[in-house]
Design a protein around this ligand. Structure first.
Ligand SMILES: Cc1cc2nc3c(=O)[nH]c(=O)nc-3n(C[C@H](O)[C@H](O)[C@H](O)COP(=O)(O)O)c2cc1C
Length: 198
């Protein structure tokens, strides 16, 4: 995949019609979450999409302090990389969110990221298409149920359309996703179909 580094943790992967943004919430570069996000992006790129990928663990995203400055004054107390990500989100039609399951929930990096949505103008979420990729070590989908439920509720609340959840149990090694051709093909097809169908 052709890649242009914009800053550490953010890579533009292609340029051209529908824009797709991958957000990786695993701190392990090249492991299962990133592999799944990459496969969705690859399917989209092959069908003419412009793709960008963000690795949250390489960026500085401070946790929400619940100070409510965003509600009072319209901007966040934190001056960090969130603005850069929000601008990428704003410019994209489709968001591919990847988080590993940590204790039945999303990773700390991913949770910090979504908590910061609290301060955003909610119009940026409306009508966005969302694809979830969720690997986990456990042997069945059961471990992802709270995380999927959480995402579905957030999508409904903010007016996003959750079009697919790729749930991948049995990801016990760093390369488990890489070794699962069928899983990668499924992820690629999801990426392709989001570009082909409006
Ligand atoms: C702190 C921590 C908590 C975890 N909790 C769970 C869990 O509750 N259920 C599960 O199935 N796997 C759990 N796992 C395993 C990860 O979901 C699995 O290794 C996943 O592939 C990690 O994604 P990555 O390869 O992209 O880093 C946990 C891993 C860590 C490090």
């Amino acid at each position: 995949m052709q890649s242009t580094k914009q800053q550490s943790g953010i890579e533009q992967l292609s340029s051209s019609c529908k824009t797709i943004l991958g957000i990786v919430g695993s701190p392990r570069r090249g492991a299962n979450t990133e592999t799944l996000v990459d496969s969705v992006l690859a399917g989209a790129i092959e069908n003419g999409a412009t793709a960008t990928k963000v690795n949250l663990s390489e960026l500085n995203i401070a946790p929400c302090r619940a100070c409510n400055k965003c509600q009072r004054e319209g901007n966040c107390i934190h001056d960090d990389d969130m603005d850069t990500i929000v601008e990428l989100m704003r410019k994209s039609d489709v968001w591919v969110f990847g988080t590993p399951i940590y204790w039945w929930g999303p990773s700390a990096q991913f949770k910090a990221f979504i908590d910061r949505w609290y301060g955003l103008d909610q119009r940026i979420f409306q009508g966005k298409q969302v694809i979830l990729t969720i690997p986990m070590g456990g042997g069945n989908d059961h471990y992802a149920r709270h995380t999927i439920g959480m995402f579905k509720d957030i999508c409904n609340y903010l007016g996003m359309e959750c079009i697919e959840a790729i749930v991948a149990p049995g990801m016990t090694g760093m390369r488990s996703a890489q070794e699962n051709t069928r899983l990668l093909e499924t992820a690629k097809e999801v990426g392709a179909s989001v570009v082909k169908h409006e």
